[in-house]
Design a protein around this ligand. Structure first.
Ligand SMILES: Cc1cc2nc3c(=O)[nH]c(=O)nc-3n(C[C@H](O)[C@H](O)[C@H](O)COP(=O)(O)OP(=O)(O)OC[C@H]3O[C@@H](n4cnc5c(N)ncnc54)[C@H](O)[C@@H]3O)c2cc1C
Length: 421
């Protein structure tokens, strides 16, 4: 993978990459593809093979095996990385000294640094004082715990707190294991940030038909552990109380940035970066779930938290680092992203992209064809009526297919990209 030697890390150290996920791997590939042949060090708090959080729910639910959660098996990591430091959560970044500090006190100097440490699950709203420790899902260790919890007795009752994409994936894992699932959310509908109410309502109905109980417009006020088991009794703000064998929190994620205490690196919602993923500190870059970037559909800088976004930002950072080390200005800026995702819950497919909020100048159109419900948002951009967001909800037929829905999703995605780029 290493090409001509157009760049070398300076005497001050190697290129150091913190984290070993989608953003880091994409950056490493782009760095070498751009011809950088100098030393590269990767520091990760996990093991020697990068895993994908996207696949963890399928493993927990039994759809795939442990080994299938590591999607980069064909990459030659020896050609990409000179020094891989594992099981070592970075302690601090010292931008002044151009060093990172490891838990054993070791300091590694860098010529360029990429922060790609992703995010961790948080539980806003879940009773913080609960003596009960709910499960979460992000890392392979989390996935192992969830798998073990779901594997046990059939018909386990599981509360999934959170109605986001991750919540739905956890819900699917419970259903796959024969569990009885309840979904809890503060909003009136599930998928508040990506689904139009019309689509959310239909999806809720489909979930109920598959045995899921919904507690919407509700919050947990306490969770008391049962003696001698992993179970707990949860009290809700409407006065109800219910016993569950397991509680899984899927209420969002926050960037892994505890080690960025150096004020030279500006942090708001995530690390603030420019269009080449450069932070405010010299020679420090950031990419993926740890960084905030332009969401083209809202015009806001924010952490996007999606796989494709992490891949693209990682590639942009890797290419920019290689260019700067070769004494050139980077040329391929990150254009911003349009949040877009497709998920399945058993036989149900839900896909969304762009902005769906009704408002001045936005027109919502809904239609049904071939068993799929589609909601499209149109707005006038550059003097033309353009598609700026969509939802597609479809249920697989007996043959496991979704009719025209998949082609439709591809076409809508291209149309939205044209509207924004
Ligand atoms: C259950 C689940 C399902 C998902 N499904 C989808 C989906 O269907 N579609 C989609 O687009 N997105 C999905 N996502 C989001 C997607 O996984 C992320 O957007 C993507 O993984 C971000 O890549 P990243 O490289 O920024 O972070 P990560 O993939 O999380 O990688 C971060 C890396 O940093 C390491 N690390 C963390 N802290 C430290 C530290 N202090 N020191 C050293 N290393 C550290 C971690 O071990 C990891 O190797 C899902 C997420 C979850 C949790």
């Amino acid at each position: 993978m290493r090409g001509e030697n157009v760049g070398r890390a300076s005497a001050t150290g190697p290129v150091v990459v913190l984290g070993f996920g989608a953003a880091a791997v994409s950056a490493l590939c782009a760095l070498r593809e751009a011809g950088f042949a100098g030393p590269v060090t990767v520091v990760t708090d996990a093991g020697p093979e990068p895993y994908s959080p996207v696949l963890t729910s399928y493993y927990a639910g039994g759809r795939i095996g442990y080994g299938q959660c590591f999607p980069w098996k064909d990459l030659d990591f020896e050609a990409l990385i000179d020094d891989l430091v594992t099981a070592s959560p970075v302690e601090a970044v010292d931008a002044g000294a151009r060093e990172v500090v490891l838990p054993d006190g070791r300091r590694i100097g860098y010529a360029k640094l990429l922060i790609a440490t992703g995010a961790h699950p948080v539980a806003p709203g879940f009773p913080a004082t609960a003596p009960y420790r709910p499960l979460v899902l992000r890392t392979m260790a989390d996935a192992d715990r969830l798998r073990e919890a779901l594997e046990g007795v059939q018909r386990k009752s599981v509360l999934v707190a959170g109605t986001s994409m991750v919540g739905l994936k956890v819900l699917e894992a419970c259903l796959d294991r024969g569990g009885r699932a309840t979904m809890l959310g503060r909003s009136a509908h599930i998928l508040r940030s990506s689904a139009h109410p019309l689509v959310a309502e239909r999806l809720e109905r489909l979930l109920v038909e598959r045995g899921v109980a919904l507690r919407l417009s509700q919050a947990a006020v306490s969770a008391a552990a049962h003696d001698g088991t992993r179970g707990c009794t949860v009290r809700f703000d409407n006065g109800d109380a219910e016993a569950f064998d397991e509680v899984v929190l899927a209420q969002g994620a926050r960037p892994n940035l505890a080690f960025v205490r150096d004020s030279a690196v500006e942090v708001r919602e995530g690390v603030v970066v420019d269009r080449f993923m450069r932070t405010s500190a010299p020679d420090v870059f950031a990419a993926g779930d740890v960084a905030q970037a332009l969401d083209l559909s809202s015009g806001r800088e924010r952490v996007i938290g999606l796989w494709q976004n992490a891949v693209q930002q990682g590639r942009c950072a890797g290419a920019a680092i290689a260019a700067e080390l070769a004494g050139r200005a980077p040329t391929r800026p990150y254009p911003g992203s349009i949040p877009s995702n497709t998920i399945h819950v058993q036989d149900i497919l839900f896909s969304s992209a762009g902005a769906l909020a009704e408002g001045e100048g936005t027109r919502i159109e809904a239609s049904e064809a071939g068993g799929a419900l589609t909601v499209r948002a149109y707005a006038y951009r550059r003097g033309k009526k353009q598609l700026v967001g969509f939802n597609v909800l479809a249920v697989a037929t007996d043959g496991g297919l979704y009719g025209d829905a998949v082609d439709e999703i591809g076409a809508y995605r291209r149309e939205i990209l044209n509207a924004y780029l």
